[in-house]
Design a binder for this molecule. Structure first.
Ligand code: UDP
Ligand code: MG
Length: 320
């Protein structure tokens, strides 16, 4: 099997309006970098619009393009995994479909990779145009909190936009977990990784495919798959609460012995409500981990492919 020099992998969910422009710009960037020796892998993550039809049309016209159609919406990180499994290139560029990450930066990223002899060049966002204040604020808080709780240092403000070597990608694909936080997993594999600073553009068309619920899930996956500190935190809270209730018990006993009436409905309620709330929180936290253990234990395939359009140059089978 002959590997193309470069694969460009793009997860797409309801990106119909971006695909033509995406294909044109990505193709041009790939041609400028490696000539004909490239492939573009588009993954349709169960879009509800006409993305798949658009991909089939593009695949029919461009022999460099492979499109795969997942059986349903599996989520950004799994769609990306499907594309990464399938791609065959020596170097792999991961990019979003909405052109927020300019494909033209490919040349500089390849230059950085060569100059630094790196296995991963990850793009760090200096500016984020056209995103809501809420998105920017939650992203800023998320990356900072994450870096405090994880044992693996995960770069701040870096998305999945990155260039990887084949050996780094193979290392990444050897991690089997279901709850995939790919930017963290890439940090975990090690090798030489260097940042590349860029300004994030506005979406070419459409709206963000990350509503709040998906953002929360993404953040929980990130934290729970890269840190057990929340569990430690939970047990610490439990310990201190036990100490406090022991002291309270002593105090109550003292009042009982000395015959002073216990006149505290307010304080009782306060203690019950507070401890109840903390217990629920801690239980919920444990539940988050347990739920993920349950999902991992089932060992289901990460995604299912319904159709493929275009030549599959790489692995004959999809990697699950
Ligand atoms: N995406 C996906 N499946 C999903 C949600 C998003 O494949 O369930 C893709 C989407 O098409 C885009 C990338 O993931 O290429 C990032 O999504 P988006 O641009 O909406 O996120 P944002 O930039 O707003 O964080
Ligand atoms: Mg986007």
């Amino acid at each position: 099997m002959k590997r193309p020099a470069l694969s460009i992998v793009v997860p797409c969910y309801n990106e119909e309006a971006c695909l033509d422009q995406l294909h044109a710009r990505v193709s041009a960037a790939a041609r400028a970098a490696v000539g004909e020796d490239h492939e573009i892998v588009l993954v349709n993550d169960g879009s509800k619009d006409a993305s798949w039809a658009a991909m089939q049309r593009l695949a029919a016209a461009d022999p460099h393009l492979v499109a795969i159609n997942l059986s349903r919406n599996h989520g950004h990180q799994l769609a990306l995994t499907a594309g990464l499994d399938l791609c065959a290139g020596d170097q792999i560029l991961i990019i979003d479909a909405d052109l927020q990450d300019p494909p033209e930066l490919l040349a500089e990223m390849r230059a950085t990779m060569a100059a630094e002899d790196a296995d991963v060049v990850y793009a760090v966002r200096r500016k984020r145009d056209g995103e809501t204040l809420f998105k920017k604020a939650t992203a800023a808080v998320f990356y900072r909190m994450l870096s405090r709780v994880t044992d693996t240092p995960i770069p701040l403000d870096a998305g999945d936009f990155r260039l990887m070597s084949r050996r780094a990608l193979d290392a990444l694909l050897s991690l089997p977990e279901q709850a995939r936080f790919i930017r963290g997993m890439v940090a975990w594999i090690g090798f030489r990784q260097v940042p590349f600073v860029y300004d994030r553009a506005e979406r070419h068309a459409g709206e963000t495919k990350y509503p709040l619920a998906k953002m929360i899930r993404f953040a929980l996956d990130a934290v729970t798959s890269f840190s057990t500190k929340p569990l430690t935190f939970a047990s610490h809270v439990g310990m201190w609460l036990s100490v406090a209730s022991l002291l309270l018990l002593l105090y109550i006993g003292f009042g009982f012995v000395t015959g002073r009436a216990v006149a505290g409905w307010t304080s009782t309620m306060l203690a019950v409500v507070l401890i109840g709330a903390v217990q629920m929180f801690v239980l919920g936290l444990i539940g988050e981990y347990l739920g993920r253990l349950f999902v991992e234990a089932k060992r289901r395939p990460l995604y299912l492919v319904a159709d493929v359009a275009g030549p599959v140059q790489g692995r004959a089978t999809l990697g699950y």
